[in-house]
Design a protein around this ligand. Structure first.
Ligand SMILES: [Zn+2]
Length: 271
């Protein structure tokens, strides 16, 4: 909260919802460009949809602090830095009801985190040019989360492989390979890109190009399906490598946001 409140000197803050998990309650905040201009397109940046993916939250905040001003004349920014604050506070993926917010971006969402974000953006649908959702893939996904998921759903746990490095998730229903590649090129200057496993896959999906996989965003209820933007991506920083530091992870997230917005704006201008 203090980090978000510090931004109020330069940005407009909007409280867009509240999560009640007795005895606690969490206010949900979004940050907007102060000089919002209706004729400009909109960029959405989301962090902390998975609360435990720390560099997503801190990367979104660092983008606002250090880089957002670079874009103020060209695009309106809407940033939700911590979509799932209960889980951020507890280093958890699910919300308090063991629901994964990033499988819950659909009609009548059972996740308050997802429903609130969808309400926030709904008046702007059709105006979004780009949406970048900031995530991590961690070693605890394999040691803790996936066994818990199998247990929750009454299935056997089948071990997987945690990819060693950064990767992106594109939309199989709206693939944008040049956009994804532009982000990989920039992030690759900061941290290593995940190689494909021995089956040519990353977390079970075919690797389209180094560090790029595709999911069907909308049927899966993923956050990057909500805006209808032409350019969307989910970043996946790997924070558990000996080669990275928390600073590098944040820098990778910021670089991804900047590269994504730059690419989208350049394409927009060419059209
Ligand atoms: Zn995630």
């Amino acid at each position: 909260m203090s980090a978000i409140e510090r931004l109020s000197a330069r940005f407009d803050l909007e409280e867009y919802g509240r999560l009640d998990y007795p005895p606690d309650a969490y206010r949900l905040f979004a940050v907007r460009s102060r000089n919002w201009r209706d004729e400009l397109p909109v960029a959405l940046v989301t962090g902390g949809v998975h609360g435990y993916e720390t560099s997503g939250v801190h990367g979104a905040l660092q983008f606002l602090e250090r880089r957002a001003a670079d874009y103020s004349a060209r695009i309106n920014l809407l940033v939700a830095p911590c979509v799932s604050p209960w889980a951020y506070e507890r280093i958890h993926r699910w919300n308090a009801n063991a629901i994964d917010p990033n499988r819950s971006f659909n009609e009548d969402s059972p996740a308050g985190e997802s429903a609130a974000l969808m309400r926030l953006i709904s008046p702007l649908r059709g105006r979004f040019l780009v949406h970048i959702d900031l995530h991590e893939t961690t070693d605890t996904d394999e040691s803790e989360y996936r066994p818990a998921l199998a247990a929750r759903d009454g299935r056997a746990f089948e071990p997987g492989v945690v990819p060693d490095g950064f990767y992106l998730v594109d939309d199989s229903e709206n693939p944008q390979p040049a956009f994804q590649q532009a982000i990989i090129d920039e992030v690759g200057r900061i941290t290593h890109i995940a190689p494909a496993d021995t089956h040519g896959k990353i977390i079970g999906s075919d690797v389209i190009a180094p560090g790029i996989i595709r999911y069907a965003l909308r049927p899966l209820g993923l956050c990057t399906s909500i805006t209808g933007a032409r350019y969307t991506t989910t970043t996946e920083v790997y924070p558990d490598s000996p080669l990275v530091t928390p600073e590098k992870c944040r820098a990778a997230q910021v670089a991804a946001v900047c590269a994504g917005i730059e690419f989208a704006l350049a394409c927009e201008t060419r059209v």
